[in-house]
Write a protein that binds this ligand. Sequence first.
Ligand SMILES: [Zn+2]
Ligand SMILES: [Zn+2]
Length: 280
Amino acid sequence: MPRKSMAKIGRFLSIPVMAVFLLMCFVYYSTIFVFTEELVSLKSTLGMSNALAFSFSALMCFVSFVSSVVTDPGFVPATYVPEVEDGGFEDPELKKSSVNSRYCDKCATHKPPRAHHCRVCKRCVLRMDHHCTWINNCVGFSNYKKFIIFIFYSAISCSYSFVIFFTATLRKDWGLRWSPLKTFYITCGSITTALGATLVTLLVWHLYLLVHNMTTIEYHEGRRAKWLARKSGLSYRHPFDLGLCKNIILLLGPNVLTWPCPTAVYHAKDGTNFPTSHDN
Ligand SMILES: [Zn+2]
Ligand SMILES: [Zn+2]
């Protein structure tokens, strides 16, 4: 097997990735075979349609998760040569920022705009967002959409599970005695609530970044640039923010129907060149 494929499969051999798998299996099993069964019975039409809808969401969650893990986030091509060294920005802070091509001492090569060196991957990553322990991979140019869609389906699946779990719990006649079933329900309730709240918060955060065409690193860079601009009586705007519609099309693709599909990334170019609001 080629070394590249081995490295991709090797990413699954990590405790956090395996923990995500186990958590997915646990949430799937408990939602369908315990709570949906308890609430409406899987033999009924309502139970079956609920199980199918949840299974679809869980399957998409699984596919986008695997896809985020195995996809290379986008490494700088060996042939990359910067077109313009300083991007024409007069502000020294912008010259230093990821708007421009810079030199990576560790890789001993130029890195394109928005690329950053990842200390874990030990390489420069195109349009790097962050290194995610849960997918044991960097979130970069080539797997950003897959990662966002993974968060989207996980948040939906967890919220779905949360509603089914609480409806089943409230309808159940518990009595006054303590039982192992009560412990199981409390454990499931705690996991679903914590997971759902985390995922919905993460989804809202990444939707904010998406509509501004911003990475997590650029958000932090932008905060400093904003502060410096304010000190000089100027205003700062994220240079890659081209407006809501253009940003969404750039990141999710021009066809609305393919937005929820994690593997529909045909719209992505090479990841070394990005339009800025300064272009016009
Ligand atoms: Zn580097
Ligand atoms: Zn990394």
